[in-house]
Design a binder for this molecule. Structure first.
Ligand SMILES: NC(=O)c1ccc[n+]([C@@H]2O[C@H](COP(=O)([O-])OP(=O)(O)OC[C@H]3O[C@@H](n4cnc5c(N)ncnc54)[C@H](O)[C@@H]3O)[C@@H](O)[C@H]2O)c1
Length: 280
């Protein structure tokens, strides 16, 4: 009989960006519950072109506390995915602490929203969103790939895109243009890396969540954007199951499956976790 692949992550180490709160924190706790050691990275500071607050150092410390409560070891590091050297420093520290890397969850990202007043130019906003969502993910893969490959046991890289990476969701404001564009771009990045790292046994996939109840959507700037755009976005905001929003845990369960050996033959896949949003 074939060996049954394991869902548990004993002796695995997972590197997660944007782990200070929201989905990233949920992924950290879920992978720790399955036995993984966690490297939790976040910018922990506001970014002026992003019209809502980002995580704080206290938030990142709370992620570590929850990981440890779940029985896992946690290394935290403040790093901005726009700056690859900060990610490389985090990987170096992770290797010194845990000795290997098996799972990467490239989760950090910023979304659209309408600020109360606008001080940045559209070019500044576009450049920042591309730097965070697209280049930041490429930086994460660049910083981690050698450590995963050199571990010699294969691995799993999970890129958090969006339903906006599968469906045209913007109608011309710069932040949602950039969000839709960068989240589509992550699919190309995923396919390139899935081919590149496949021979080393490293799998690369994207997850495409529908709206998830996190601070990214629960803020005045996003509420203002939805108010203005709900009738203008392709297909409206409906999903086949009439759920509206899903929970971070719904995405974490998909992350856990992709991180584990239960998905050992799955690579190059765009996985919606969206209650049927993209087909509605
Ligand atoms: N919430 C949703 O509805 C939704 C839907 C689809 C996809 N997503 C994607 O899921 C991922 C997680 O989002 P979330 O819902 O948890 O939102 P969130 O805003 O709660 O969490 C995002 C985290 O990323 C961090 N971050 C932002 N810029 C960073 C940078 N430059 N460097 C390092 N960290 C940075 C933030 O501080 C924050 O902790 C994002 O990529 C997002 O685009 C979210």
């Amino acid at each position: 009989m074939a060996e049954v692949a394991r869902l548990d992550l004993q002796d695995r180490v997972a590197f997660i960006t944007g782990a200070g709160r929201g989905q990233g924190r949920s992924h950290a706790v879920t992978l720790a519950e399955a036995g993984a050691a966690i490297v939790a990275v976040d910018v922990c500071a506001p970014i002026p072109t992003v019209p809502y607050a980002l995580a704080t150092e206290e938030d990142l410390a709370e992620t570590a506390r929850l990981v440890e409560k779940a029985g896992g070891r946690c290394l935290t590091r403040v790093a901005d995915v726009r700056h690859r050297h900060e990610l490389v420093a985090a990987v170096d520290e992770a290797m010194a602490t845990f000795g290997r890397l098996d799972v990467v969850v490239a989760n950090a990202g910023v979304a659209q929203g309408l600020p109360e007043s606008e001080t940045a130019t559209i070019d500044e906003i576009w450049a920042d969103y591309v730097a965070i969502n697209l280049t930041g993910t490429w930086n994460t893969l660049q910083a981690t790939r050698s450590a995963v490959v050199d571990g010699g046991r294969g691995g799993s890289i999970i890129i958090i895109s969006s339903t906006s990476g599968l469906k045209g969701m913007s109608r011309g404001d710069v932040r949602s243009d950039a969000y839709t564009t960068t989240k589509h771009g992550l699919v190309g990045l995923m396919r390139a890396y899935a081919n590149d790292l496949g021979p080393a046994g490293v799998r690369v996939n994207t997850i495409h969540p529908t709206a998830v109840a996190t601070p990214m959507v629960d803020n005045p700037a996003m509420r203002a954007w939805v108010e203005v755009n709900v009738k203008r976005v392709a297909g409206g905001f409906s999903d086949a199951m009439h759920r509206g929003r899903v929970d971070a845990q719904d995405i974490s369960d998909a992350v856990l499956w992709l991180a584990s050996d239960r998905s050992r033959s799955v690579t190059g896949v765009t996985l919606p976790v969206d209650a049927g949003f993209v087909i509605a």
